[in-house]
Write a protein that binds this ligand. Sequence first.
Ligand code: SIN
Length: 482
Amino acid sequence: MNLPANRLVVVGTGVAGLVTALSAAPRPVLLVGGSPPGSGGCTALAQGGIAAAMAFDDSAADHARDTLAAGAHHNDHDAVHYLVGDAGRAVRWLQAQGVVFDRDGDGLQLGREGGHGCSRIVHAGGDASGQALLQALADAARRAPHITWRAPAWLDAIRLCDGRVSGVALIEARTPPQELECAELVLATGGCGALFAATTNPASADGNGLALALACGARLRDAEFVQFHPTAMDVEQEGALPLITEALRGAGARLVDDQGRAVMDGHHAMGDLAPRDHVARRVWECQQTGTRVWLDATPLKGDWAQRFPTVLALCGRHGIDPRHQRIPVTPAAHFHMGGIAVGLDGSSDVPGLYAVGEVACNGVHGANRLASNSLLEGVVFGRRLGRRLADIRLHAPVHGHPRWVDRGQAADMPALRELRRLAGSALGPVRQRARMRDALDHLAVHPGLGHTWQGKLVVRFLQAALQRRKSLGAHFCVDDAG
Ligand code: SIN
């Protein structure tokens, strides 16, 4: 029997959290999520699919080569080889969980995205891959007898005993925080795009798991590498901007200026399908000269409703028919390559604290993630972590003085808006040292910003970016180019 002191808690019900919880069977898991099962978070919004070398003329070695090139060779090689080597198994495991991938004749349909040398992305429901995965995994988790859900519920604090995780405090709507014993805690809380003015991430992706882990003494790795997706829809709205999937460019859509001239021509050998950091910078540069950039998907043939239902619906909400009209686009914070420093098995420097998915950094993405490697990361490393946690049967009794750790003061809405503006302008696709220093100074003299947990995260990102003396991948600083 799993005594409460041996409890395993997984926080986060996106792909990484669900896969970890499922893979920890038969060990009982308490799965905590901020939104009802099968909804919310970044996974639900993911349009790209899962990269896996499944074509007869493709190989894990080629997938690794593209992952390393996109990551500016800053990647952890062991992590990359494990990721690409397990990708095919991950796809088959997902199928066994009930995910139905799109097919083309006898095999899986393979799409192409930026940075990939060939077509190797599997999708489910066209560009609704994230939602399809989430639904199937949430259904599997609901059926799994070893998983108990707590949703909506949020992690408020972590109890450490002699530096080891020994408990969590959870908040559920309209009830006081509840304290629970636990032996292992997995953070699968996603990224931090919501700390930036323009983002594709939902408000819940605000770095809350990262902030709590850092408060516990976990190490932060590669914080300066924030990926900007080059084609968020350029519309006025607060909160997440609609994502316009890169798969459209894989199918032949082009980035053009007001005159219809291709903006990537002459800027990268892979043109519109260059790795994301290059394309985002180019779009940003055009914008600085007053040029609006558009995605022209009008030449695309085929069944939009079947391949790109999400983009069709998102555009429709803004009065755009992408089959006949160009889509205005802008770079937006999309993915954090950095995070809680972990090993390949998800363990952090704090005993008993694990992290997986976007909140974690095992170095697999290097300085810039390759398209459609993030859902893959959640599945591959979630499976690995879950299996490892399932094998931990004996827990030594924990002695010593318990200490509760929380995030500290939270920013109110006006402060959050100001922080997002600051992070967006100082830590965007093209950075300047003076602007980053000004942002740090501003946070230092405005405690209502800098002393909040969100402000402290932005400070850590700025410090990391200032410490890097050469541009690399998604960290591009005009003062230290190349
Ligand atoms: C996209 O569909 O363009 C995003 C996929 C990803 O983030 O890898």
